[in-house]
Design a protein around this ligand. Sequence first.
Ligand code: OSB
Ligand code: MG
Length: 370
Amino acid sequence: MTRVRSIELRLVGLPLVRPFRTSFGEETEKVCILARVATDHAWGWGECVAGVDPGFSEEFNEGAWLVLRDFLAPALFRAGDLEPDHLERVLAGVRGNPMAKATLVNAFVDAWLRERGESLASFLGAERDRVACGVSIGIASSAGALLEQVDGYVAEGYQRIKLKIEPGTDVERVEAVRAARPDILLSVDANAAYSLADVQVFRALDAFGLLMVEQPLHHEDLVEHAALQRQIRTDLCLDESIRSAADARAAIELAACRIVNIKQGRVGGLLEAVRVHDAGRLAGVPVWCGGMLETGLGRAANLALAALPGFTLPGDTSASARYFADDLTEPHVIAPDGTMAVPRGPGLGVEPRPDRLEACTLRVERLGPA
Ligand code: OSB
Ligand code: MG
């Protein structure tokens, strides 16, 4: 049993190496909340995957900060002695808000594992010590600029390239990349920018041998995704639509997708992420580890998760250099074969570098028992 003694919330900002544009917005800087949970014998870190605005989901940094400070942290303090198994019940008095919840679930699990000297990967049930990596490329200013980025990432070894798409340039961009790179594993991510009236776009994309089309339609509409899946050959993958293992089971049951993107932060943390993985595995549905442009802290959690046996497709688990010139942690690096090492030390197995953490900090608030 382990008691939470104090929690420090910290807003950090790190410039991205290049702007990341999706169908729902553009980011030039990664700004996110980190929670550091102190137990009697350890610290644990959790990174919140919410962004500056509620563009990807309803959650956003300033809202998540209040939910953490005024509801979730007090619930953890009131709970007293805890095991990882108790966490979600303790936080269940807050409806929704999976990204805020994930921050504390992951931070507590990290501290609890550090106290015991066990790695996160081993705790979650990882079976690999390296994971296959892909990369997600934002919407580029031109087809030429996109091809240049694709060439760079393929040269670095990335095993799968994902292109962000939006209405208007979708088919021509995919066609250009496919013509230049006939043999790569290629997928697209629409971030819910389309409707069922756009079925001809997805029929056209069927010609390019894509590994998958990620989240084409509205995040709340599983039935429409099932209707689209029936009309195209390419496998659909859901991201925004899957906020829990229950959502994953519903999507699979409805045949709304044939692949699931698991982002631990989007589903309420690492424990629920394992249940989504288990639901996929039981149904024979491949899963892969998504990303939210996390710093090296959040990416360490993703790497541990991606080492579970059901993660059979390369994830958006890219190297630090793909995001930041100077990461918060020691950099995660990609090997020429397109794999990255799963951290093996206690807990997350990585820490923020103190000087870098200070330099990136925008705000800190310390919380304790009432
Ligand atoms: O939809 O997968 C997405 C980043 C931010 C928000 C949503 C998404 C993404 C990515 C990048 O595609 C994944 C990564 O490299 O972290
Ligand atoms: Mg996505």
